[in-house]
Design a protein around this ligand. Structure first.
Ligand code: GLA
Length: 387
């Protein structure tokens, strides 16, 4: 990967003198979905796949970007004086957004840059290729210009840019798990106060398999914002009868006792998911700590059912992948991961059952959906680094 990206940098920008190479991972969320903007818990992990960058400072204020994942777009050029969202800027709105966010926070970027990116996270897969680019950009800026920011700051800056520059009201999970990743661990994060704990993922004779639906998210972003506002309205209704700051403050019992304050059945289901999913995440991490992987898997399955029936963010592609996975011997748990509406599922599968899993799930998926899914056996890795 290092040689490939350096060679490309030379090809695109002339030579590779003074170039530094960087990496930031993608992420998978094991459980705790659509809880991060509801003050609940999440349990994501950084992957060993992610985004690579070759970058170098310039003497002027120009920014030149090239992505090996979108070679048809060629070099996209702008400058530090034009940090505004622009549909024509395509994927570069992510790094530009982070540069804008640094400046908004008083960290003026002194010089332009030439940057080549190469990612091995499947695009639009729900493994956070965009948050990976955001954290990577922040990390490059910190390293090149010596800004005094922690990795946790990089996560918050990435989220700020996604919310305010790219118009997606995402929570903190993706950027946090990428910036704070730790090899072979997942992060049990309380999004109410950003307190967190690393939990080792020791699956013994099993591995994590990601099944990619190859359905692009499309309308996902607007649906995402819609779910978020449904939860906000439900919270405001509940606050009339119970003193809470977020849906994550409620136990299942408290929710059930107060749910009739929510004036609409759909909103009631959305809020129920947020409350129950948060409690499931807490229980899942307890089970994992106790070495009870079977129970962890059961909770993953219950998470999918709730995302399918109450939160309604799955769709036929993700449901097919998960429901077929449940039928295969050696599958400990399976659920959609990320925002939903397309993207990927995450499954824990016994190592000796993986070939059969890919064959069975892949065959039914292709028959039913009409195109193939892709499968990846993944490892959990560290946060961003200089290579
Ligand atoms: C997307 C968002 C996250 C989170 C998940 C759903 O990945 O970026 O903040 O809300 O969806 O859990």
């Amino acid at each position: 990967m290092k040689e490939t990206i350096l060679k490309k940098f030379e090809e695109v920008f002339g030579d590779s003198k003074d170039v530094t190479l960087y990496f930031a991972p993608g992420r998978v969320n094991m459980i705790g979905e659509h809880t991060d903007y509801n003050g609940g818990h999440v349990f994501p992990a950084a992957l060993t796949i992610g985004t690579y960058a070759a970058a170098r400072k310039r003497d002027d204020r120009k920014l030149r970007f090239y992505s090996m994942n979108f070679e048809n777009l060629g070099v996209l050029e702008t400058s530090l004086d034009e940090l505004k969202p622009d549909p024509a800027a395509d994927w570069t709105n992510y790094p530009k957004g982070v540069m804008w966010a640094f400046e908004e926070k008083g960290m003026k970027i002194p010089q332009g840059m030439d940057i080549v990116l190469n990612g091995n996270i499947p695009n639009g897969s729900g493994l956070s290729s965009s948050a990976s680019v955001e954290v990577l950009t922040g990390y490059i800026l910190k390293d090149m210009f010596g800004f005094d920011v922690t990795n946790q700051d990089l996560a918050l800056i990435g989220q700020f840019s996604e919310n305010n520059f790219n118009g997606v009201n995402c929570g903190i999970m993706d950027q946090f798990s990428i910036a704070m990743g730790k090899k072979a661990h997942a992060i049990f994060l309380d999004t109410a106060d950003l307190s967190y704990e690393y939990a080792p993922i020791e699956l013994k004779d099993a591995k994590i398999v990601i099944s990619c639906s190859n359905k692009k998210r499309g309308l996902g972003d607007s649906k995402y914002n819609e779910r978020r506002s449904e939860c906000e309205t439900a919270l405001a209704e509940l606050q009339k009868v119970i003193d809470i700051k977020s849906l994550g403050d409620l136990t299942e019992e408290q929710f059930d006792a107060n749910k009739d304050a929510i004036q609409d059945e759909v909103r009631k289901k959305r809020a129920k998911h947020a409350v129950y999913e948060n409690q499931r995440t807490i229980k899942a991490v307890e089970a994992l700590k106790a070495g009870d992987i079977a129970q962890f898997g059961e909770l993953m399955n219950a998470s999918h059912v709730s995302l399918r029936d109450d939160y309604e963010v799955t769709g036929i592609e993700l449901d097919t992948l998960v429901e077929e996975a449940w039928k295969v011997d050696g599958v400990i748990g399976s659920r959609m991961t990320g925002a939903g509406f397309g993207g990927c599922t995450v499954s824990i599968v016994k190592t000796d059952a993986i070939d059969n899993f890919i064959d069975k799930v892949g065959t039914v998926y292709k028959e039913k959906i009409g195109y193939a899914a892709d499968f990846y056996v993944v490892e959990l890795g560290d946060g961003p680094s200089v290579l």
